[in-house]
Write a protein that binds this ligand. Structure first.
Ligand code: 13P
Ligand code: SF4
Length: 303
């Protein structure tokens, strides 16, 4: 605790010296979320990165989030506490594979989940996050739509919009781990609880949800709901904001496996160190960034 207090003091000092802003995803460790200027889901944090006046953005999340920040704010320095924090789902699609699929469907538009590399975004017409995926798909005027890389979110969006998508077979290792059996057991244990679930979960698990939404949507829903007890079907880091907003409500995570190891690679110590040393920095080649930016900016314009 004493060490964390010293680290937090050092961080405050460095933030001023460097004119830095700290963005943290809701799946980060509590000690990181605590010191963030903004906590949020992928969408909110992308918006914050695009709008900030700070010279340095420290992105506490996984690598694709830092990349998106750098693409949207090319003149800023973007730091990430540990560059090994990747996203396995983002790595499930490669440029070659996507180009082959595009060649098979030459008239298709490509909609890409933000959980993807800058190179994939550069091959994309429009990006989306789980917060705006339905609206983004509704905004796309095309006979055929290629959807990468999350098959679970793809199925959800397909159902919501009634549009048929050409779906890539990627998934989030963490959310995809949650099974119907887990949820049935939790519902038996907590019969009065509502089940709130992220659309990165399997379709049959999502179908059991009393509420389905992005990380921010789940947090907002639980805060406003009259219900006092929830079974939570998303990553366990969201507990920090859920309990902060509603200390009198109970939150039971639907499985002990709902922990993203990549998100937990970052910690307070590494956060302070990266601002001290100004590395590791996110770098995206200009030719890639210029193309990828269009797909992200189109997403930010969808109302
Ligand atoms: P959101 O932040 O859009 O809810 O996405 C969840 C996620 O898995 C981020 O890596
Ligand atoms: Fe990737 Fe899933 Fe972790 Fe998000 S929670 S970073 S989608 S592995």
């Amino acid at each position: 605790q004493e060490q964390n207090r010293e680290l937090r003091e050092r961080l405050e000092q460095l933030k001023k010296e460097r004119n830095a802003i700290i963005l943290a995803h809701y799946y980060q460790r509590d000690e990181v979320q605590e010191v963030a200027d903004f906590r949020g889901d992928s969408f909110l944090l992308a918006q914050k990165a695009a709008a900030t006046d700070a010279e340095v953005i420290v992105f506490c999340g996984v690598h694709f989030m830092g990349e998106s920040a750098k693409i949207l704010a090319p003149n800023k320095t973007v730091l990430i506490p540990d560059e090994r924090a990747g996203c396995p789902m983002a790595d499930m699609v490669n440029v070659d594979g996507l180009r082959k699929l595009k060649a098979k469907h030459p008239n298709a538009k490509v909609v890409t989940y933000i959980n993807s590399s800058a190179e994939i975004k550069a091959e994309t017409d429009i990006c989306c996050t789980s917060a705006n995926a339905v609206r983004v798909i509704e905004s796309v005027d095309a006979e055929e739509i290629i959807w990468v890389p999350d098959k679970n979110l793809g199925h959800y969006v397909q159902e919501k919009t009634g549009k048929k998508l050409i779906i890539w077979e990627g998934y989030c290792n963490t959310h995809d781990m949650l099974t119907v059996k887990d949820v049935v057991e939790m519902k038996a244990k907590y019969p009065n609880a509502e089940f709130v679930v992220h659309p990165e979960c399997r379709p049959e698990v999502v179908a059991m949800g009393d509420f389905v939404g992005s990380t921010t949507a789940i947090i907002d829903y639980c805060k406003k709901s009259e219900t006092r007890e929830f079974i939570v079907g998303t990553e366990d880091g969201t507990g920090y904001q859920l309990r902060k907003d509603s200390p009198d409500k109970a939150f039971h995570f639907a499985s002990k496996f709902l922990v993203c190891p990549n998100m937990k690679v970052n910690n307070l110590k590494k956060l302070v160190k990266c601002l001290e040393t100004m590395k590791p920095q996110i770098y995206v080649p200009e030719v890639v960034a210029d193309k990828a930016r269009l797909s992200l900016e189109r997403m930010l314009q969808v109302k």
